[in-house]
Design a protein around this ligand. Sequence first.
Ligand code: HAM
Length: 424
Amino acid sequence: MARYRAPRGTFDILPEDWPYWNYVISKAREVAALYGYQEIETPIFESTSLFVRGVGEGTDIVDKEMYSFKDKGKTDLTLRPEFTAGVMRAYVEHGMHTRPKPVKLFSIGPLFRYERPQAGRFREFHQFNVEAIGSQDPALDFEIMSMAWQFLEELGFKGLSFQINSTGCPKCRPIYVEALKKYYMEHYDEICEDDKRRLERNPLRVLDCKNPKCQPVIAGAPKITDYLCDECRDHFSALRRYLDTAGKKYTLNHRLVRGLDYYTKTVFEVWAEGIGAQNAVCGGGRYDGLVEEIGGPPTPGVGFAVGIERVVMMLKAQGVKVPEPRAPEVFVAYLGESAKEEAVMLSQELRSEHISAILSFDKRGLKGQLRDANRWKAKYTIIIGEEEIARGEVTVRDMESGEQSNIERKTLIGWLREKLGKKS
Ligand code: HAM
């Protein structure tokens, strides 16, 4: 029994998981390049108040889930629970508004939320996060959604469902919220205690309630799309026109409100089959007031984030084949102590020639070494014994065909380079 275990809600990404992670991360970089997005890395912790202002008081993230602490200089800091607020902080801090707009940025990295862990929900998790900053154009909302779409589809997902909604703007949303509250007050006895609290703190979240008791009330609730101002309505219909013209299938989901306060107009999620209750692999939307909220100039923006753990779970569940890690090209085996020295030196020479090479350590007999070579799935095994050294030769076994040849030590590197198809 190990004395220490990874903290609850965290996990190790083991070597056998990395082919999946590398596959997802390289696809993220590939798609980002296709759409003209550049990478940005922000600190893992930021001022606590950045998230309180950005994500919003009354949201679950700020009220319950932040890893906040004072450092030794008594500064209030928080491990980032999401990327968007930090990326906007960097945008303002570095005066990025002078760059050609929209400024298109992506990030890949860990986030922290003190949530109740379950399948697909962790306390440390990772996102591929994308932001397009500085344009109100609904064509940019379309671009962002298309990018999420292409990323997930090219990973090999089946059964994706796109959910979209508009959450209006500070002009029209308050009118909707009043109508929603009024309706809920009329049904006060039919709703759960959580919803009664939500009505006070964050009324839109009642639409997201999973309690069976509340479902009939939600079904009859007023719809935000009936309350949108002209600007929000035009924006939403332009986006839907783009989606329709492109033949993208989506569900107009009146209950989709998202858990962060900064959203305006477009919100969307991508749900996937086969990963249980936590089925949102991607969430995003427009946040036209966020930069101003954190002290920058009025700047619109739109973006999304994909949860990498959920994507990896899905790839495994759907049996998607990912590229295997490359096996070593050469395994160097030795017979006896003086041959061992020769083997150690030869492995070093091979690596400096960019031929990947491994060997066994400690006292290991030839049989055991050959078993290691098989386990590593090396292409060739070189066997060095005292006799071979005396003859100035080595034995090379092609591990696939089993064919064995004696090669002059002097010509070995050239011989291997040719066999491995390496240019000299
Ligand atoms: P979010 O919906 O909170 O949005 O997170 C996006 C995705 O991150 C989720 O759909 C899910 O796949 C993954 N995720 C979230 N929490 C967890 C968790 N505890 N464990 C595992 N995966 C998780 C945002 O974070 C926004 N900042 C996205 C955005 C960018 N909006 C505009 N720009």
